[in-house]
Structures are given as C-alpha cells and as structure tokens.
Ligand binder design. Structure first.
Ligand code: ADP
Ligand code: F6P
Length: 323
C-alpha cells in the first residue's frame, strides 16, 4: 500500500482538523502519499480528491470545522453509489482510508471494506459521544464546554430576573452533553433520552426547589428527550404549575463550531497517529478509540453494536447537588 486517503463525514465537530493533520503527517512520515477526499462520501463519488502534504495541514490544529468539508450522502447508502466511490479511489491508486465521523460514516466504511476490499480505519468524530468502543469522541469536550458556558451565561440573567430557564443542548439520541453540562453548570434539573421522566415529576421537583429558596432555576434538556423539545417542555410545565413566565434557550450549532479544547486536540492527534499506524500494520475494518488513556482498536461495528452511554451516577450527582 502506497497511497492512503482521509475524509470527514457526517456532522462536523471541533477537532476534525487536528485529526486530519495527524493523519496526513503520520502518513507522510511513514512514506505514504496522502490524499484528502473532500465533502465526505459525496466527494468520493464525485472524485473530489486532492493530494495533501505536511504543509497543507499547517495552522489548522486550532481551527474548528473541517478543511476537507463534510457531507451527508444518500447515494453512498446504495451499492451502486459505493461502487462508483470505489472506482474513484482505484483511479487515484488509494488502497487505505481513514474515515473521521460518527457511526453512520462507519457503517459506510464497513460496507466499502466488505464490498470492495478497501482498507478502512475509523476515527470517532462527533460531539454526541454516542459511539461504542471509545470513552470519548473527538469534539465532545469542546461541545460540552460551550454548553457549560451557555448555562453560565444564562444563569446570570436567570439570577437577575429570578427566572426559570429551559436550555436545550445537542446530542441526537444521547444525553451525554446534557448530563455533563448539568453537573458542570449546576443546573437544577436535567432531561435525557436515557431516562423516562414524566412532566409531573419534573414540575414537582421544580416546585420543591422553589420552596427551598431557589430563585433562579435551570432545566437542561437533551434534544432527543421523549418529553419533547425545550419549548414543549416549558409549555407543559407552565400548564400545571405557577411557572408561567419561563424562558427557553436553544444552544444549537454553536456547540459544533469554534476552536477545539486542548483535550480534543490531543485526542484527535493521538487517534490520527494510531489510525495510520494501524493501517501500516495491516488493520482494516477497525476503529480507533480511547480506553483508560490508552488507544485501542475495535471492529467498526463496535460503534453501533456497543452503544456508548453515560454512568447513571452522573444523573445522581447532578440531582444530589441541585438541592
Ligand atoms: P455520522 O457519521 O455523524 O453518524 P450520518 O449518520 O449522517 O453521520 O452518516 C454520514 C454518511 O455516512 C451518510 O450520509 C451516508 O453517506 C453514510 N452512511 C450512513 N449510514 C450508512 C449505511 N447504513 N450504509 C452506507 N452508508 C451509510
Ligand atoms: O451528530 C451531531 C449533531 O450535531 C447532533 O447533535 C444533532 O442532532 C445533529 O448533528 C444535527 O445535524 P444537522 O447538521 O443536520 O443540523
């Protein structure tokens, strides 16, 4: 194998650039020619493939987003789309691929490997921290810090007006960002998809907190919660309590942008190095993860078969400290 490719796919996350840099430089140091596939699997199908060298990734470790751009690509879900993508890689002589993305991108890589023999290694890049086979995904720490900062800022205005706020954070179907931000921001209540909670219980807890002398209150809602989005939950609470004048704030895509934290830069750098080294050693159909500070390799399917979830202790700590 002489040529490898690198791509980012699915939702972007802070730290993707640090991962690209690590892949390119490790590849170059190992004697490979490295190619960047732009716009994820869509760019692969379109042949949007460019040579990269050590200098082409200068000055990006601190930058959010992805210099390779990313995309969601329906055509790649079909065998024909993957065949066209494999043809483009073959035209460029690319035999190994590092895919930086979430479990959807891994599913695509797994099929590319199974159907066309391409050697693929995945790096977990998503703010959601919802991938099995790794304790942390690239981007999660940065997104969490942005969510925490949002909670801090809203606390100032909530305190000033003695108000109840509902803050919605991202995470798709995973409450990792929500529960961690609730501890870090000292929220009064947190709603996550991993836990069934009815509106009456939430209302009772808020009333109890008010009776204990809390003037401002913050409820964090993971976007995937079954009770609904932050606006719906605020309305449901208003319907059955005296909290008629609450405010809602949705942190949204701010969590996906901006300069990555030191943790994410280091995680991305280590994972990028290990991904290329794994390819050099003949690994394929594998993903890189971090477990107890060590880099580990697991089959790509670990990402969706062993779904990552947070410890219930985090919810317990969040609520215990909210008295
Ligand atoms: P993420 O990688 O962040 O989970 P998506 O789920 O949107 O993001 O997946 C990114 C892309 O990966 C999709 O747009 C598609 O091109 C490809 N993909 C996702 N799931 C599959 C699948 N089951 N088979 C083939 N390709 C897939
Ligand atoms: O997977 C990352 C993520 O930001 C999720 O937290 C969120 O549900 C989704 O992507 C939003 O996707 P889009 O980019 O389509 O708005």
């Amino acid at each position: 194998m002489k040529r490898i490719g690198v791509l980012t796919s699915g939702g972007d996350c802070p730290g993707m650039n640090a991962a690209i840099r690590a892949v390119v430089r490790t590849g170059v140091a190992g004697g490979f020619e490295v190619f960047g596939v732009r716009r994820g699997y869509q760019g692969m199908i379109d042949g949007d493939i460019v040579p990269m060298d050590a200098r082409s990734v200068s000055g990006i470790i601190n930058r959010g987003g992805t210099i390779l751009h990313t995309a969601r690509c329906m055509a790649f879900m079909e065998p024909d789309g993957r065949a066209r993508a494999a043809e483009q890689l073959a035209r460029h002589g690319i035999e190994g691929l590092v895919v930086i993305g979430g479990d959807g991108s891994y599913r695509g890589a797994d099929k590319l490997h199974a159907e066309h023999g391409l050697r693929c290694v995945g790096l977990p890049g998503t703010i959601d921290n919802d991938i099995g086979g790794t304790q942390y995904t690239i981007g999660f720490d940065t997104a969490l810090n942005i969510a925490m900062e949002a909670v801090d800022r809203i606390r100032d205005t909530a305190d000033s007006h003695d108000r109840l706020f509902f803050i919605e954070v991202m995470g798709r179907r995973c409450g990792f960002i929500a529960v961690m931000a609730s501890i870090a921001g000292g929220a009064e209540e947190v709603l996550v998809p991993e836990e069934d909670c009815d509106i009456t219980t939430i209302a009772m807890r808020l009333q109890l907190a008010r009776s204990r002398g809390k003037t401002s209150m913050i409820v964090i809602i993971a976007e995937g919660d079954e009770l609904g989005n932050a606006f719906t939950v605020a309305q449901k609470v208003a319907d059955i309590t005296e909290f008629k004048d609450s405010r809602v704030s949705v942190v949204g895509h701010m969590q996906r942008g901006g300069s990555p934290t030191a943790f994410d830069r280091i995680l991305a750098s280590r994972m990028g190095v290990h991904a290329v080294e794994a390819l050099m050693e003949g690994a394929t159909g594998m993903m890189v993860g971090i477990e107890n500070q060590n880099m580990v390799l697991n089959p790509l399917c670990t990402a969706w078969e062993r779904k990552s979830t947070f410890s219930p202790d985090l919810l317990r700590v969040s609520r215990l400290l909210a008295i």
